[in-house]
Design a protein. Structure first.
Length: 248
């Protein structure tokens, strides 16, 4: 069942989203060669605590960390580790903020040192695909319109869109209906209504879209070992167009 949010609920989620966005900006300042994703994870937990918030995914279905930290060929749900980041790495930091019961979800991919031209292109295309999807998130459109626009753009750039993981509704709980695939057909799927709050979070691969999951039961990575990136926003559907809640 799809939950329609009130203006008050959306405002509270926006406050959580602004805090999340500020945390990502702080990560951008500290990320460097030699830093570990475990250090980033600890930084995020302390930052959220300082601002009266908690990491919603910590403990979710047993997940043990405040963030998901996915490096290079890891698509999503990567565990923070003590491995120092190396020159040329790319890393996606995904987090969900709970601020006084209101949730917001956002992921950003970061470059470490000097990255390859392929990695630069991947990051640029993935980020642009997010906003292309957001532009389709208007009252009266369907979920398939979002996925179609993202897939068409990404594949024209020579990359592939992950199909095993999707965006989703969000509200009182982390994952709500509807699912929001980043591929699909125009005019198909759930019709978007005013008051819906969803995430759009394309995961884009240099090679095949297919993935495999590590023995930890969480971390998904590309089957061919090639790079993957992700950008994500939480947004509200309004009569005046989408409002991105995870921007300051």
């Amino acid at each position: 069942m799809i939950s329609i949010k009130s203006q008050k609920q959306i405002q509270l989620m926006h406050e959580a989203g602004k805090l999340l966005a500020s945390c990502h900006k702080e990560i951008a300042k500290i990320i460097r060669v030699g830093l570990t994703t475990r250090e980033i994870d600890l930084f995020v937990e302390k930052y959220l605590s300082k601002h009266g918030a908690t990491p919603e995914q910590k403990g979710y279905r047993g997940y043990p960390y405040a963030t998901c930290a996915s490096v290079n060929d890891e698509i999503c749900h990567g565990f923070p580790t003590d491995r120092p980041l190396m020159d040329g790495d790319i890393v996606t930091i995904d987090m969900v903020v709970n601020l006084k019961g209101a949730l917001a979800d956002s992921a950003w991919s970061y470059s470490v040192g000097n990255i390859s031209n392929t990695a630069k292109h991947l990051l640029a295309v993935t980020k642009e695909s997010l906003y292309i999807g957001i532009n389709q998130a208007v009252v009266g459109n369907r979920i398939g319109d979002i996925g179609y626009a993202i897939q068409k753009y990404v594949e024209a750039e020579g990359f592939s869109v992950v199909r095993d993981f999707t965006g989703h509704g969000i509200g009182r709980s982390l994952h709500e209906e509807p699912q929001v695939p980043h591929y699909g057909r125009q005019g198909r799927g759930t019709r978007l209504q005013e008051g819906m709050v969803i995430t759009i979070e394309p995961m884009v691969n240099v090679g095949t879209w297919r993935c495999k999951v590590d023995a930890n039961g969480w971390t998904a990575r590309t089957v061919d070992g090639k790079l993957s990136a992700q950008y994500e926003h939480t947004l509200a559907i309004t009569k005046d167009g989408p409002i991105i809640l995870t921007e300051q």
